[in-house]
Design a protein around this ligand. Structure first.
Ligand code: 5GP
Ligand code: MG
Length: 175
């Protein structure tokens, strides 16, 4: 495993993202919605730096993985009422972009007043959708990363930095 982004770099960048979000919304009330589970660490750090009146909720997106990836279904049980509210979706990583694009499509049906998105990481050269997140922490190379909320087989979410897995790490795991 190789450190790609240090704890200090993450801290500075989350601070920069918070400043951008504060500048964008000012004192307007905001509903933050984290996409489970990868966003939880970013969500926890980011909300403590935001200055507007804030509500926080989470959604879970699951896709049926058959031969082809199906449409996602959204569990919105833990999302507050968002109709007529400004909503900011938070996710860990924008890879192909399909997850976030589909979550946005589902949330848009609930008629929020405004809808933006923020991700900590965006992978280079992987996107398959027409949209981009409004706030991005880091642009990273196309490598499998863990830490700061991101897992590999449910491990490593608690690392305070971002690391890239190497072939040896992948080989050491029994699926
Ligand atoms: P997308 O729909 O953008 O292709 O995928 C987004 C989801 O795939 C992320 O929310 C995350 O759960 C997972 N994912 C994509 N790339 C990585 C990665 O490098 N590391 C980890 N741990 N998860 C990833
Ligand atoms: Mg995810």
């Amino acid at each position: 495993m190789r450190t790609l982004i240090t704890e200090e770099e993450v801290r500075l960048t989350v601070g920069r993202m918070a400043s951008e979000i504060n500048a964008c919304y000012g004192r307007r009330p905001l509903t933050i919605v984290g996409v489970l589970t990868g966003s939880i660490v970013l969500l926890a750090d980011l909300i403590r730096l935001l200055e507007m009146p804030l509500r926080v909720g989470v959604v879970q997106a699951s896709s049926y993985q058959g031969v082809e990836r199906g449409p996602i279904s959204l569990n919105a049980e833990f999302m507050p009422e968002i109709t007529g509210h400004d909503v900011l979706l938070i996710d860990d990583i924008f890879d192909t972009g399909r997850t976030l694009a589909e979550v946005i499509a589902c949330v848009r049906e609930l008629a929020p007043a405004g809808l933006r998105s923020a991700v900590l990481l965006r992978k280079t050269g992987r996107q398959e959708v027409g949209m981009q997140p409004d706030f991005v922490g880091f642009q990273i190379p196309d490598e499998f990363v863990v830490g700061y909320g991101l897992d590999y087989h449910d491990e490593f979410r608690n690392l305070p930095y971002i690391a890239a897995l190497e072939p040896a790490d992948l080989a050491n795991q029994n699926p």
